[in-house]
Structure formats: C-alpha cells, structure tokens
Design a protein around this ligand. Structure first.
Ligand code: C2E
Ligand code: MG
Ligand code: MG
Ligand code: MG
Length: 291
C-alpha cells in the first residue's frame, strides 16, 4: 500500500510538472504575442433597443495568432487571469481602445467604449495613476467616454479597496460597470458596496430566459435591483428580436448581443453604424411595452 501511495504521488508530480510546463509555455507565448502586437480588439455595439441609439461599444480582445488564426479570449485568458501578465494585457487593451477612440473622434465619431479589466489590475496600488497616464496619452479622448467593466471574483474580496479605487476613477470621469452580474455568490453585497453606474446582466441568463423560468426570474430580479439601487442596466446575450421585446417589456432598454451585432474589427464599425441607422433592422418599434 505504501508503495502504491508512493507511485500515486510520483504520478501526481509528473502530471503537475507537465501542467506547470504547459502553463509556462503558454505564458511565454502570450508575452510574445503582446510584444509582437498580435492582440487586437473587436468591438460589439451596445444599443438602446427602444430608440435604436448606439450608446457605446464593448472592446473585446482577440489574439491574431500567426498559425492558429483568430483566438477568442476563452482560449488564452484563463491561463493568465491570476498572473502578472494580466496587467500587461489589460494595459495594452486600454491603450488600444483609447487609440481607437481617438481615431474615431478624429473621424467625427463619438463612441463611448467599455473596456474589461482584470481583478489583478485592480489590485495594483498605482492603478488609478496608470489610468490617468493612459488618458493623458490620448488627450482628445474625454474620460467620460471610457467605461471599465469588472467581474465579481474571489480576487475582489477587498471591497473597501475596490470601492475606493472606483471613487477615484469617478473623479477622473471614468465610469464602472459590473459585468456578468448575477453569476457571483455575493452580488448583492457587491452592489451595495461598489459605486458602479451600470449592471450588465450575464448573457447566460438572458439567452435562456425565454424558455427557462429561473433565468427569467434572475433577469427580472437584476432589472428590479438596478431600479431599486438607481443604477443603469444592460442585457448581454440579446440573440433575437424576441429577447429584445421581452427585455423592453421588463423595462430594460439597453442591450448587447448577436441579435444586434457580433463583435467586429474596428474598421467595420463605421459601416455597421451607417447600416444600423438606415435600417435598425430589428428594433421592435411598434408593440414596445405590450404584454
Ligand atoms: P464579457 O465581458 O462578458 O463579454 C461578452 C462576451 O459575450 C463576449 O465574448 C461576446 O462576444 C459574447 N457575446 C456577446 N453577445 C452574445 C450573444 O448574443 N450570445 C452569446 N452566446 N455570446 C455573446 P468574448 O469576446 O469571447 O469574451 C469573453 C470574455 O473574455 C468577456 O466576457 C470578458 O470577460 C473576457 N474579455 C474579453 N476581452 C477582454 C479584455 O480585453 N480584458 C479582460 N480583462 N477580459 C476580457
Ligand atoms: Mg465585459
Ligand atoms: Mg459579461
Ligand atoms: Mg463573461
């Protein structure tokens, strides 16, 4: 038995050595990807489903991998989430987004942009200082056009610290959104303690709310909470017109999802805006609010 135990430990060590090596290699590759400018941003529109107004764009990172093609965040972010590399990626993403906003502004497009931040970034003492510097490097971009999205994670346990940081950012004019709202274990405390302006209802609840009563109850609950706490609310995962109608009937007017537009490269945004304004293909203008 002792021998077997030893063997098990041995196997376990081999397995974790391999895991560590693979993780090390992925981290090196991601670091190289940052250095070689292989990270790019796609943008997904956020609209007022009642009026059709485009209220902003969410910046979503992609890895333009030389061999594997375009990689989604799920294919490389999980490796770095608890690592310092998250800070490097977060800073690159912020800089790319601000540069793009400046380009759009120069072309006459005023588009607010939401940028996702890792909790690892928020743990830095100089986060606000770095944010101020990033904004200063793009002087044409008003800080009020920038929104930061954070997800509730165990890394966000220090609510007092995060709350202080959010207040400091608010003084700069930068707003916060609570992303994937409803998926965490302590969303209510989170909401009470953090001065975020916007709640983003997680796409999984919205996507399934038409056939799943529990998901519908969660969506309704978050919309109710947003009203009670005087926050704005946006639904992610608006995949169809039916989703949009249901949300409007519940009093949630802001939406983001494949049914409105998929995330797209920055160059496609002006064309999409023209097309959206010309057609607003799916905005359910007639029977808004009808049961
Ligand atoms: P998220 O911030 O909640 O972003 C929304 C995700 O939902 C995006 O996936 C988007 O493509 C997807 N989505 C949008 N509409 C629909 C829909 O109607 N149906 C479905 N099924 N999905 C929809 P994506 O781009 O793969 O990003 C996944 C997650 O990776 C993001 O979730 C965010 O947490 C993280 N992420 C992406 N870019 C960044 C970044 O630059 N920094 C950080 N820290 N995290 C990022
Ligand atoms: Mg987000
Ligand atoms: Mg989300
Ligand atoms: Mg998410």
């Amino acid at each position: 038995a002792k021998q077997a135990g030893k063997n098990r430990f041995h196997l376990f060590d081999v397995a974790s050595d391999a895991a560590i090596r693979i993780k090390r290699e992925s981290l090196d590759q991601i670091a190289a990807a940052i250095a070689q400018h292989q990270l790019v941003l796609y943008y997904q529109p956020q609209v007022n489903m009642q009026t059709g107004e485009v209220v902003g764009m969410e910046a979503l990172v992609r890895w333009l991998h030389p061999e594997r093609g375009l990689l989604a965040p799920g294919q490389f972010l999980p490796v770095i989430e608890d690592h310092d590399l998250a800070i490097a990626i977060g800073e690159r993403v912020l800089d790319l987004a601000l540069s793009q906003m400046a380009r759009w502004l120069a072309a006459g497009l005023h588009l607010p942009v939401s940028v996702n931040v890792f909790s690892r970034q928020l743990q830095q003492d100089d986060f606000v200082h770095k944010l101020r510097q990033a904004l200063a490097a793009h002087p044409t971009v008003p800080s009020s056009a920038l929104e930061l999205e954070i997800v509730e994670t165990s890394a966000l346990q220090d609510m007092a610290q995060v709350s202080g940081l959010m207040h400091a950012c608010a003084e700069l004019g930068v707003r916060f959104a609570l992303d994937d709202f409803g998926t965490g274990y302590s969303s209510l405390t989170y909401l009470k303690k953090l001065p975020a302006e916007l709640l983003k209802i997680d796409q999984s609840f919205v996507r399934d709310m038409l056939d799943d009563r529990d998901d519908l109850a969660i969506v309704q609950g978050v919309v109710g909470l947003s009203k009670a706490f005087n926050r704005k609310v946006i639904a992610e995962g608006v995949e169809t017109v039916a989703h949009g109608r249901k949300l409007l009937a519940m009093g949630c007017v802001l939406g983001q999802g494949y049914g409105i537009a998929r995330p797209m490269p920055a160059q496609q945004v002006p064309g999409w805006l023209d097309q959206w304004r010309a057609q607003q293909p799916w905005v359910p203008q007639e029977d808004v609010g009808l049961p």
